[in-house]
Unconditional design. Structure first.
Length: 350
């Protein structure tokens, strides 16, 4: 199963501002009355009727839709909503793979023994997301990731498309070659000039001809045109560490600049650790001098923590012997590792 939220950034804005409902909403750079630079991140389906699209220059969007509601990108908000939705989706999957901020693959072969059951799960997912976040998504179900992804895109917004193995060819063949993974605008044009427009054309094309034009990628295109994809839904492995490095604009031996950089690095790393719900035990520092001589040192604490002060104190001790008066520094780095998941009990202790 592939799930993709509809007009994601714009839909979140619409949900938070009921006064915009029904209006064209364009999220992206400031249009500055048509004189602005930058591009459209996304827009809602009302704005799409005016021809506005993702990645279009904002000045062009303004010409197409001057009466639209133009909003800046509030990435932090979309990320929060995304995290909540992903944790809903995860519950329905045997294995789960988030792809972008608004899409994910769900392996559901264990949880659903038939396509009918898969469809029922999809409906449940759609209403769960609607009830908790007030957002719609489009779902595709298929025998593999490739087909599921093409299916989720087939009827948008608020779509649900099920493609069984026996109807796969019938579904794929009339679609544009662009729907295949890895076929962008340029490849599409090259294929078109060979007389290949649809996935059906691609599948009936001689593999040798495709190999001659595109190398091994051509063989891959041919396989995909037949709906063949053996890639797995890959569960993301938990992070092993969080780290930050800073390279100075100019090599420095300025003590206060060095201290404040170390301080900032520690604050950042500690916040990454706790934002992701972890505790760390091991602190590693890295220092590189102007001549590229590099040192790293680690220390493991007797307890797990996400306290920025513990990170600062430990890092300061580790850095101390490496901060001579006479050597300028090029780079500093701080890493927190030996991570464990923060449990509810531990949160109460803090
Ligand atoms: P998409 O899923 O490609 O687009 P969408 O959710 O806005 O619309 P659709 O209904 O067609 O799925 O991308 C998800 C988010 O990623 C989108 O809301 C904004 C962001 N994005 C960009 O910032 N720039 C881009 O060029 C694209 C395509 C997306
Ligand atoms: Mg989307």
């Amino acid at each position: 199963m592939h799930v993709d939220l509809d007009a994601f950034f714009a839909a979140v804005e619409e949900k938070n501002h009921p006064e915009y409902v029904g209006k064209p909403i364009i999220v992206g750079a400031d249009p500055k009355q048509g004189k602005g630079r930058g591009v459209v991140s996304t827009c809602n389906y009302v704005a799409r009727e005016f021809g506005v699209r993702s990645a279009m220059p904002i000045s062009r969007a303004w010409r197409l839709c001057p009466h639209g509601v133009y909003l800046p990108v509030n990435y932090e908000l979309y990320e929060q909503v995304s995290t909540r939705i992903m944790s809903i989706l995860r519950k329905y999957a045997d294995r789960f793979e988030q792809v972008g901020i608004d899409e994910a693959f769900l392996e559901i072969s264990q949880k659903a023994s038939s396509f009918e059951e898969a469809e029922r799960i999809a409906r449940e997912i759609k209403s769960a997301i609607r009830d908790s976040e007030g957002l719609t998504c489009s779902v595709g179900i298929g025998p593999n990731k490739l087909v599921a992804k093409i299916a989720s895109d087939y009827r948008k917004p608020d779509g649900l498309t099920v493609v069984r193995e026996d109807s796969m060819k019938h579904f794929l063949h009339p679609l544009s070659v662009e729907k295949i993974w890895g076929i962008g605008k340029k490849t599409k044009e090259r294929l078109n000039s060979m007389g290949i427009r649809t996935i059906g054309d691609l599948s009936s094309c001689d593999v040798a001809r495709l190999r001659k034009q595109f190398g091994s990628l051509g063989e891959e295109f041919h396989r995909m045109s037949q709906g063949i994809d053996e890639s797995d839904v890959l569960e993301e492995s938990p992070p092993k560490s969080f780290s930050r490095e800073h390279t100075f604009q100019e090599d420095t031996s300025d003590k206060s600049q060095i201290q404040s950089t170390i301080n900032d690095l520690c604050t950042d790393v500690a916040s990454q650790v706790s934002r992701n719900g972890f505790l760390f035990r091991t602190v590693t520092i890295k220092i590189r001098y102007e001549d590229f001589e590099t040192h790293t040192r680690s220390r493991t604490l007797p307890f797990a923590t996400s306290n920025p002060e513990s990170l600062k104190v430990t890092a300061a001790r580790l850095f101390d012997p490496f901060l001579p008066e006479n050597k300028r520094i090029r780079l500093l780095g701080v890493r927190a590792s030996s991570l464990t998941k923060k449990t509810k009990q531990r949160i109460l202790e803090i």
